[in-house]
Design a protein around this ligand. Structure first.
Ligand code: FES
Length: 97
């Protein structure tokens, strides 16, 4: 099981492989705002402060948005575009906006 901590909301949940961070945030009652939900805007931009290696690779659509906000860093991710890709570990996230 992967433990996901959403620092801004002080929410900690156990998650299973394959879930997007958007699905997890929505189900856990997180305050994160989601605009387009398909990787076109940047409202769901977040800092992955721990466990980025447990998430899916940055996809081309996500990369375009990250570049548009001047960030190509792997610690910034779009929560609607990345998913948990591990069976165990810890992920910590802070919202960008
Ligand atoms: S909600 Fe628009 S990029 Fe994630």
């Amino acid at each position: 099981m992967v433990s996901l901590f959403l620092k801004d909301d002080i929410i900690k949940v156990n998650v299973t492989r394959g879930k997007t961070l958007r699905e997890i945030a929505r189900k856990s009652g997180a305050s994160m705002e989601f605009g387009c939900r398909v990787g076109d805007c940047s409202t769901c931009l977040a800092h992955v402060t721990k466990g980025n290696e447990l998430l899916s690779e940055i996809n081309p659509k996500e990369l375009l948005v990250l570049e548009s906000v001047g960030q190509e860093s792997k610690v910034l991710r779009l929560m609607c575009q990345c998913s948990v890709e591990a069976e165990e570990g810890e992920i910590e996230i802070s919202y960008f906006f």
